[in-house]
Design a protein around this ligand. Structure first.
Ligand SMILES: [Zn+2]
Length: 106
C-alpha cells in the first residue's frame, strides 16, 4: 500500500553538506576468504581513502563469518577499480593534511 500523504520527502534528498563526506559510509564488494561469499560491506569513507592513498592496505571483514583479514594487493586493486580514480580524487579533500611520521624518516 502506498501512502502519499506522509510528506516524507526528507529521506529522498540524500545529498548532504560536503562536510559530512568523511562520515558517510560506502559499500565495498568483499569476498569472504572462508566461504567465498561476496557481499557489500560498509566502510567509512575516510578509512577507505586512507587505506587507498596512504596505507595501501586495509582490514576487510565479511558479514557471514567473524573476523577480519588484511586485504591482498589484488583486493586493494579491486576496491580501487570499484571506486574509480574520479571518486578517489573527489574525496581526497577529506583527508587530513599529511603529518611527518618521525619513525618513517631519518
Ligand atoms: Zn563467509
Amino acid at each position: 500500500m502506498l501512502r502519499m500523504d506522509n510528506g516524507g520527502s526528507e529521506h529522498l534528498s540524500a545529498i548532504g553538506p560536503p562536510q559530512s563526506a568523511e562520515e558517510t559510509p560506502i559499500l565495498l564488494p568483499v569476498t569472504c576468504p572462508v566461504c567465498g561469499t561476496e557481499s557489500l560491506t560498509e566502510y567509512p569513507v575516510l578509512v577507505v581513502m586512507t587505506a587507498l592513498t596512504r596505507w595501501h592496505n586495509m582490514a576487510l571483514y565479511a558479514s557471514c563469518h567473524e573476523g577480519s583479514w588484511d586485504a591482498s594487493s589484488a583486493e586493494m586493486a579491486r576496491i580501487r577499480a570499484f571506486l574509480g580514480d574520479p571518486w578517489i580524487e573527489a574525496h581526497r579533500h577529506i583527508m587530513p593534511p599529511a603529518t611527518p611520521d618521525p619513525s618513517a624518516s631519518p
